[in-house]
Design a protein. Structure first.
Length: 445
């Protein structure tokens, strides 16, 4: 029994000695990797996705209705200004011209008839006027009776009114001719519109109808779209930018464009248009509000893709992503983005202050208000194997680095990872062990 007691006593003493050694030695230091704060140029980016489209695109519709009898172009074909694109069946418009010509000839014949009647009436008026003047003198000499004088006067007035009526008829005939001529011109114009020509030098980017289909003219209606003409030498990217980022974007900002069809290639562009109104539809609370931004692709940035077999490198509708360079700062102290973390300002106080604060929290509402307080941004410095917590003020950032406005100096050694340690577990004055970045992640694997 004594032997068992001695064995237990020796075991307890061994365990106690191990615990004492570990306590005296302290906790195992956290493994981290570091980088030095450097002076860099930071370019703030706003990223978005969208579609490639022609900067200028025309929708060609017909002014007249009818059947497409000839389609003289194909999709992707280049056309010149004045080239015939298609033709609409002209039969109905030819018949209209013939009818208008007949109406015009009838108006001209009616006018000649009215003019002849007018000349005849004028001759009769001259005879009636002579009889009236002769009877007037005789009446003054008391040679003819009052009845005979009144009859001569009435015939003269009637002949005069007839001349006036025929003069008005001649004018009406002239106006009828003008109306018929206008109708004939309109009919000829409609006939001309059955031939649809290209208004510009462009490429046929889309054919909406085929030969034999019927189209509706634009007169009083939304006409049928026949085809689209686009200048594929000037392309742009139309993207949607979130409302939180749109205030950062300005006209003439530079953008880097990546087109999915050309992997690992970047093209340059310039912001040309920014929508004033959002394109969101509906009234849902969860509705995402975006604004359309158009970016012109600079031809010199993709000129090396143009050759005899590939005159048009980009096709309308291609998917693209853009990084709009909104702001730029030069020669500023910058650190990797993952090196900057946040802590609640209360967590920066001493242990006694934390105890007092927890003691003063009386209900969940006060607890929630304190949780929502503004967070402090900070980084951890490496000083003699210990992490030193430093509060900083940050500025703009790009995809890798963030500007430090105050709190750091050039060449100070910053703890950059692992992210789990920087963002959660690392504390001020905690012991650390600096290792290489690749060794750290290799050991984690």
């Amino acid at each position: 029994m004594k032997r068992i007691y001695w064995i237990l006593l020796i075991g307890i003493l061994a365990i106690a000695s191990i615990v004492v050694v570990n306590v005296l030695k302290g906790a195992k230091p956290a493994e981290v990797y570091t980088e030095k704060a450097q002076v860099r140029t930071i370019v703030e980016l706003v990223s978005a996705t969208g579609k490639v489209q022609p900067e200028t695109e025309l929708k060609i519709s017909s002014d007249v209705s009818g059947e497409i009898t000839q389609m003289l172009v194909k999709e992707g074909e280049q056309v010149k200004k004045g080239d015939l694109l298609c033709r609409i069946r002209p039969d109905i418009y030819v018949n209209t011209i013939e009818r208008m010509e007949a109406a015009l000839n009838a108006s001209k014949a009616n006018l000649k008839t009215a003019q002849a009647q007018l000349e005849q009436a004028k001759a009769g008026l001259s005879n009636m006027e002579a009889i009236y003047q002769r009877n007037k003198k005789l009446f003054e000499q008391n040679t003819v009776s009052q009845q005979e004088f009144d009859a001569a006067k009435s015939q003269y007035e009637s002949a005069k009114a007839n001349v006036n009526a025929l003069e008005a008829s001649v004018k009406a005939g002239e106006f009828g001719i003008q109306s018929s001529e206008a109708s004939l011109r309109e009919a000829n114009s409609n006939l001309d519109k059955t031939y649809i020509y290209s208004p510009v030098d462009a490429t046929v980017s889309k054919l909406s109808v085929e030969e034999g289909e019927r189209v509706v003219g634009v007169t009083g209606l939304n006409g049928t779209e026949i085809l689209r003409l686009a200048n594929l030498n000037e392309m742009e990217v139309s993207v949607e930018v979130n409302e939180n980022d749109i205030i950062k974007v300005h006209k003439n900002d530079t953008a880097l464009i990546e087109v999915d069809a050309y992997m690992d290639k970047k093209f340059r562009g310039i912001v040309t248009e920014i929508a004033n109104s959002s394109n969101s539809n509906g009234i849902s609370v969860d509705q995402v509000t975006n604004f359309v931004v158009k970016i012109r692709m600079l031809r010199e940035s993709y000129a090396y893709l143009v050759n005899e077999g590939n005159l048009v490198p980009f096709r309308p509708g291609m998917s693209a992503s853009v990084d709009i360079q909104t702001r730029r700062v030069m020669n500023v102290v910058a650190v990797p983005i993952q090196a900057v973390t946040t802590r609640n300002k209360d967590s920066l106080k001493t242990k006694e202050d934390e105890d007092d604060r927890e003691f003063k929290v009386k209900n969940e509402k006060e607890e929630q208000q304190k949780t929502e307080e503004k967070l402090a941004e900070l980084v951890f410095l490496h000083e003699d194997g210990v992490a030193k917590q430093v509060t900083v003020v940050t500025g703009i950032q790009d995809n890798e680095y963030i500007e430090i406005k105050s709190g750091l100096k050039k060449d100070q050694e910053i703890i950059c990872g692992p992210y789990s340690a920087v963002s959660r577990s690392l504390r001020d004055k905690a012991k650390i062990k600096v290792v290489k970045k690749e060794d750290l992640y290799q050991s984690e694997k």
